[in-house]
Design a protein around this ligand. Structure first.
Ligand code: ATP
Ligand code: MG
Length: 431
């Protein structure tokens, strides 16, 4: 027997029962992006490995152990993108749209790849919808992005299940001072550190603040909060951001331990987190990265962005089933014909109905079968209505419209059928 070939671990098929939720999210977010003046950018899924090494940082989890890296046929090292920002900045520099701190509002969506241990809400192929804004220095744009994401959650009906964690990690310079202090503190408490933390102690000590290890966490009370180290300009920036969120009535929690996993962030960092999904609760993360464009070879350009993990968002939506999301996959109308010559007429009628009722889902019966059998198929599809054509109906230029939810039926003229169907379906769908 041939061995069944299965999907790669951590990579999932998205089945039709879920795609309706993905589509709902995608269309809702796309409309909001457009209303805030964002344009879509589509970027390659594969990039040169060095791009991610430089942009994300050699000592981050993503680069150290999560990248899907291969050699192509010419021996060049390439990587399946683990996130979207690096590619977006590379594209901006290469295509000249990040020249001279130009203003850009961009959004993207697509698959990302990280070689992680698969678990609920953590996969090896997952999807992000993200946004990157270039060319603005002030906290007003940080606030605007957060306000826009809050609008997402409201329209998706999940705003009560998600909260905002906010922090400022200061300038790259002030971060260096903080890191120096952390290294000294960790050196003094080296016995409490695990292997990973020891490795990071010199290269990336801030990442130790993310540790889930209780013996490491026991040190945290000794660590002064980053706000004592951040520079004056970043402090003012953060204060103003908080004020803008206050006047916009966006609740937030200042989390001094929020540092974010990737190296390129400075000043504002934020996460939208839910308690409904266990430990994989971060739905959206973002922040400022004012030095990345220059670091990757472009002209110094202010930047801020975020990325939403779509799988986690879908899991949350499935867990709380907000009334805002209609995941109903019922068929609106099933077309049944029975008797000599009725099938040909139904074929033509089905196209006319699709012209006149483009907003509804219409399935025609295929493969004949008795009237009873066809009706059983209509019920299997959970069709709301059936349109029935028999020889008798055709001779009178009529059809039968049957309400499959209630069992009632009526005869109508073929000319009036589209009008009656539309009115009935509107009633049935919005009851
Ligand atoms: P985590 O702390 O959960 O590992 P992260 O800091 O690595 O997240 P980011 O790089 O900021 O995540 O990615 C943005 C968002 O993408 C996350 O908030 C999350 O919703 C989602 N995400 C990240 N990694 C995965 C994954 N392996 N599977 C599913 N979603 C993911
Ligand atoms: Mg991660």
């Amino acid at each position: 027997m041939t061995k069944k070939i299965q999907a790669i671990r951590g990579m999932h098929d998205c089945l039709p029962s879920d795609t309706s939720i993905y589509q709902y999210i995608e269309t809702t977010l796309k409309k909001i992006f457009i209303s805030y003046g964002f344009s879509e950018i589509r970027l390659p899924i594969v990039e040169k490995t060095n791009l991610f090494k430089h942009a994300i940082g050699n000592m981050t989890d993503v680069v150290e152990k999560e990248m899907y890296t291969f050699c192509d046929r010419h021996g060049e090292s390439i990587t399946l993108r683990p996130e979207g920002t690096a590619g977006c900045v590379r594209a901006g520099i290469e295509n000249g749209f990040l020249y001279n701190n130009q203003e850009q509002r961009l959004w993207y969506s697509g698959p990302m790849f990280r070689y992680e241990r698969p678990q609920h809400g953590r996969y090896r192929q997952f999807h992000q919808i993200g946004a990157e804004v270039f060319g603005f220095l002030g906290p007003d744009i940080d606030a605007d992005l957060i306000i826009m994401t809050f609008r997402f959650w409201k329209l998706l009906g999940i705003s009560k299940h998600i909260h905002l964690e906010l922090n400022s990690i200061g300038s790259i310079e002030s971060r260096k001072n903080y890191c120096r202090m952390l290294t000294v503190l960790f050196e003094k408490n080296i016995q409490a550190l695990d292997i990973d933390c020891k490795r990071r102690m010199y290269s990336n000590p801030m990442r130790i603040l993310d540790s889930k290890n209780p013996s490491v966490q026991a040190l945290f009370h000794k660590i002064p909060p980053i706000k004592e180290y951040i520079d004056e300009e970043s402090r003012i920036h953060f204060k103003e951001l908080c004020r803008l969120l206050d006047i916009s009535c966006i609740p937030y929690h200042i989390n001094q331990r929020l540092v974010r996993g990737l190296d390129y962030y400075n000043r504002t960092v934020f996460e939208w987190v839910t308690k409904d999904l266990g430990s994989q609760g971060t739905i959206c993360s973002g922040g400022r990265y004012d030095d990345l464009v220059k670091f990757l070879g472009g002209k110094s350009t202010n930047a801020v962005g975020f990325a939403i993990g779509l799988e986690r968002l879908v899991l949350l939506i499935k867990a709380i089933q907000p009334k805002e999301i209609d995941t109903d996959q019922n068929i609106d109308l099933y077309l049944i014909s029975s008797g000599t010559g009725t099938e040909d007429i139904m074929l033509l009628l089905s196209e006319t109905l699709r012209n006149q009722l483009p907003e509804f889902t219409i399935i025609k019966n295929y493969g004949g079968g008795s009237f009873k059998k066809q009706l059983a198929r209509a019920n299997k599809y959970k069709a709301r209505l059936a349109l029935i054509l028999g020889e008798d109906e055709i001779s009178h230029n009529q059809c039968i419209i049957k309400n499959l939810c209630k069992g009632m039926q009526q005869k109508v003229s073929l000319t009036h059928a589209p009008f009656v169907l539309r009115e009935l379906l509107k009633l049935l769908k919005h009851k």
